[in-house]
Design a binder for this molecule. Structure first.
Ligand SMILES: [Fe+2]
Length: 136
């Protein structure tokens, strides 16, 4: 069974952002499913690489929308993105041979979904949907 299930509370109604969030959930579920693997150290590093690729693409998508539609909370939203990036880079540094902070990474990702996606992104999504309707 999946550790995290996609549901309506995560949906912004903006197709490309929703698809990217689904991709993040897939990464988290894959990561959780290997919790008992002997080579967790390698899996942690692989996940961090995926997250780095993810935030490059995904944050750029969200930030482009926010700029395009003149989102008033852009600065504070972007700050949360910067903190996510910093945390992922810190986790990367903490991974040393045959050791990785597996549980803190998993908890961090779960918290990101419940705090950032379900709250900060949903608020942004509501604003963007309104603006998109007006400019149609
Ligand atoms: Fe965001």
């Amino acid at each position: 069974m999946d550790y995290i299930k996609w549901d309506g509370s995560l949906e912004l109604g903006i197709k490309d952002i929703d698809e990217q969030h689904k991709g993040l959930i897939e990464t988290i579920n894959l990561f959780e499913s290997v919790s008992n693997a002997a080579d967790r150290y390698k899996i942690c590093l692989e996940t961090i690489m995926r997250l780095k690729k993810y935030f490059d693409e995904h944050f750029m998508t969200e930030e482009s929308y926010m700029i395009e539609y003149d989102y008033p909370d852009f600065v504070s939203h972007k700050k949360e993105h910067s903190e996510f990036i910093k945390n992922v880079l810190d986790f990367e540094m903490a991974c040393v041979e045959f050791y990785a902070p597996y549980t803190p990474i998993l908890e961090f990702l779960r918290e990101w979904l419940t705090k950032h996606v379900k709250d900060t992104d949903i608020k942004m999504g509501k604003y963007l949907n309104e603006k998109m309707k007006q400019t149609k």
